[in-house]
Design a binder for this molecule. Structure first.
Ligand code: NAP
Length: 310
């Protein structure tokens, strides 16, 4: 019989690893269940220029590798497995991974979110440093005076397009309908910006290039006509999917699947001893630094929960 862990952290992105550093330094010897993408979303980006403390930027993989080593140095343990379900009904919380069940007095869920992809030719090939991105805040400065396309018509697409327009020569927004889903204020911002054009009733059909992106093909949904646009970058902004499926029956979620709070702080769920941090619980900011901050808050809250129990 496996011993009951002090704390299990599910997920090993910025939120999970920051929580692991704090829990490990508090001598809780956390068990981190790393998931299918150890290091999380940042391992798929190239240079990160907005994480405080790195004047010349830092490679995403390196940043996450450093965090993992830092957590390990203080006694965090790592398990290369993925949670498939959870049972938080009793004092002892259960995380089920395939045929093994792990038990703990406290759990931090930090499973992140995945950007929704279009699954068109070229998308995977040019992703991460070669022209296809899912984060304007991270990558816009690499497209100074260049032409880019943003895919989507929601608040994210408008926000990305407005931000990119500050750097780029021109921004095309490709939207599949003839009206934006975005809130009026966000929509007006792009419709009134001379550096942004919206191409209506259009879907991304293909991304092409050589070493880097050189252009896209878009398909008009009304008549099926395919046309080409020369551009250097493609920003996908068609929403995110939180990685919360394993917790569907265990935790309250909003209509999009983001874990909802319910406790007294940002990271507390309605279940005592269960905390949620990072993109699985935050659809608004979704930044490395905000995920790290939530991981820190969750770890401190978990530590207090555990010490109150003794
Ligand atoms: P969203 O509201 O779900 O919008 C996704 C957009 O992508 C929609 O325009 C949708 O088209 C399009 N889309 C989805 N799948 C597609 C596909 N396969 N092919 C082509 N287009 C596709 O997602 P979001 O913009 O990421 O926003 C998510 C939530 O976060 C929203 O509640 C939003 O208000 C919030 N948010 C808030 C802010 C802010 O307040 N500053 C910023 C960003 C996001 P249709 O319109 O045709 O469905």
């Amino acid at each position: 019989m496996r011993a009951i862990e002090n704390i299990i952290i599910v997920g090993s992105g910025c939120a999970g690893l920051t929580a692991a550093i704090y829990c490990a330094r508090a001598s809780l010897a956390p068990l981190v269940i790393e998931g299918s993408q150890p290091g999380g979303q940042l391992t798929t980006t190239s240079e990160i220029e907005n994480f405080p403390g790195f004047v010349g930027g830092i490679n995403g993989f390196e940043l996450m590798d450093n965090m993992r080593k830092q957590a390990g140095h203080f006694g965090a343990r790592f398990l290369s497995d993925s949670a498939i379900s959870a049972d938080f009904s009793g004092d002892v919380k259960k995380i089920i991974c395939g045929s093994s069940t792990f038990e703990a007095w406290a759990v931090i869920v930090a499973t992140g979110a995945a950007p929704r992809m279009m699954n068109v030719p070229g998308e995977r090939e040019f992703f991460g440093g070669r022209g296809v991105s899912v984060c304007a805040t991270c990558d816009a400065p690499f497209f100074r005076k260049k032409i880019v396309a943003v895919i989507g018509g929601g608040d994210s697409a408008c926000e990305e397009a407005s931000f990119l327009a500050k750097f780029c020569e021109h921004v095309f927004v490709i939207h599949r309908r003839n009206e934006l889903r975005a809130s009026k204020i966000m929509a007006d911002r792009i419709l009134n910006n001379p550096k942004i054009s919206v191409l209506w009733n259009s879907v991304l059909h293909e991304i092409f290039g050589d070493e880097k992106v050189r252009g896209i093909k878009i398909k008009n949904v009304s008549d099926g006509a395919i046309s080409e646009i020369a551009c250097n970058g493609v920003f996908l902004a068609i929403g995110h999917v939180p990685n919360t499926a394993p917790f569907k029956s265990a935790l309250a979620m909003d209509e999009f699947g983001y874990i909802m709070g319910g406790g007294q702080s940002l990271v507390e769920t309605a279940i005592g001893g269960v905390f949620a941090a990072g993109d699985c619980a935050d659809k608004k900011f979704r930044q490395a630094i905000t995920a790290a901050a939530m991981g820190c808050m969750a770890a401190i809250s978990a530590e207090r929960f555990l010490s109150d129990r003794v």
